[in-house]
Design a protein around this ligand. Sequence first.
Ligand SMILES: NC(=O)c1ccc[n+]([C@@H]2O[C@H](COP(=O)([O-])OP(=O)(O)OC[C@H]3O[C@@H](n4cnc5c(N)ncnc54)[C@H](O)[C@@H]3O)[C@@H](O)[C@H]2O)c1
Ligand SMILES: O=c1ccn([C@@H]2O[C@H](COP(=O)(O)OP(=O)(O)O[C@H]3O[C@H](CO)[C@@H](O)[C@H](O)[C@H]3O)[C@@H](O)[C@H]2O)c(=O)[nH]1
Length: 435
Amino acid sequence: MKIAVIGTGYVGLVTGTCLAENGNDVLCVDIDKNKVNQMKAGVVPIYEPHLDVLFERNIEAGRLNFTTDLKEGLDFGEVIFLALPTPEDEDGSADLKYVLGVAKEIGEYITSYKVIVDKSTVPVGTADLVRTTIEQDCKTEFDVVSNPEFLREGFAVDDFMKPERIVIGSSSERATEVMQRLYQPFVRSGNPVIIMDEKSAELTKYASNSFLATKITFMNEIANYCQKVGADVDKVRIGMGTDSRIGKRFLFPGIGYGGSCFPKDVKALHKSGKDINYDFKILEAVVEVNEHQKTILFPEVSSYFDDNLEGKTIAIWGLAFKPETDDIREAPALYMIDKLLEAGANVKAFDPEAIENVKEKYGDKLQYGKDMYEVTEGADALLICTEWSIFRTPNYDLLKSNLNNPVIFDGRNLYPTVELAKQGIHYISIGRQKV
Ligand SMILES: NC(=O)c1ccc[n+]([C@@H]2O[C@H](COP(=O)([O-])OP(=O)(O)OC[C@H]3O[C@@H](n4cnc5c(N)ncnc54)[C@H](O)[C@@H]3O)[C@@H](O)[C@H]2O)c1
Ligand SMILES: O=c1ccn([C@@H]2O[C@H](COP(=O)(O)OP(=O)(O)O[C@H]3O[C@H](CO)[C@@H](O)[C@H](O)[C@H]3O)[C@@H](O)[C@H]2O)c(=O)[nH]1
């Protein structure tokens, strides 16, 4: 099939590349000239494991191409994916200006039947809004379907190639048939393509993200409570997670969820309830608890230094909002950096993939290390914000000789407390007793 993907960020580029990998001809359109030039030169503009191999292979095979020209994309594709940003607006709602802006242009440009697929995360009713926006200027037939994306950054290629489910919201038989044909190679494993109406598909996405964010937030509250009553959240987590009704995943407490999705999506669902006088009380609590959770480690760092961080040097491991990505959107590490700088501390930061993005934001306000141990040299404490695998088995002797004080503040519970006690390291983590 001939596919156009409009917007080549984490979702669009993975979608385009994986569809090409399954034999489709794909033209990716992006408004960002630099990005398009980079991709034309064979450079993947984001870090996403395994994407580079597929990217190169499909460019070489001529199945994956790039342009800044939306009209060229619309002429080319029978199916047009919208993978555009839907960032948080000032009032917490999803800002639809990118999606509706492109919809307007689609109405002006298309001259033959197209299936317009909304892959962006959008509020209930957006498919209708996209349809009426296109209709204003359109002289040909088209359908709009909702096809929310569930990939996780860091596992995006795997998630796209072997999805647990594909959700399609469509009220057109013609478009449904096209979508089923397109996705048939991805569900050979027997995982379902679930067809429903557009509104239910749109809500499935928000409900899924909000549920997962709630699950994490619940565990963060249990962790905070553990700390107060002397229980160990890791033991509670394992005890709970073995009940298959609860499940082991997404029970890991920490310094709050971040990223480009959970924070904005929970707020957007809450706001869309408010707009129709429905009060999503649980979501309001989730947002509030998560905001608080980002703040719980800083007072520990501060009080260790008698509330005087002026001139102290803090090494940070992990800046991305989670491992295996270079994405720092809403990363809890950024809150910690801001607080530390505000308190007059020096920050030496290391992350395997996110340094460039952090440099763009903070420039020379921070020092950056080439490896994880370099930033600990002469630092007064180590703070861990993201659970990259390479941090899991550190050389404790080297750490102790590098750090001025043997102290680790761990926002992701990477180490067994008994091991750190044995190592003689002062260790503060989440929902576990201090060592
Ligand atoms: N990142 C994820 O893990 C993920 C997963 C599932 C769903 N989503 C949703 O998918 C959507 C896209 O997310 P993302 O993370 O890929 O965003 P992103 O910010 O990484 O990428 C968006 C891209 O769209 C481009 N763009 C903006 N306006 C454009 C226009 N008028 N024409 C062409 N290109 C344009 C930008 O230059 C950028 O490259 C959002 O709604 C998001 O909520 C994201
Ligand atoms: O047990 C857990 C699991 C995750 N997190 C945090 O939650 C955030 C989100 O993690 P994750 O869901 O793995 O990453 P995303 O790439 O943001 O993926 C989510 O958001 C995407 C965008 O909508 C969806 O497509 C995915 O299904 C959904 O998992 C990160 O800050 C994690 O550190 C925890 O604190 N504890």
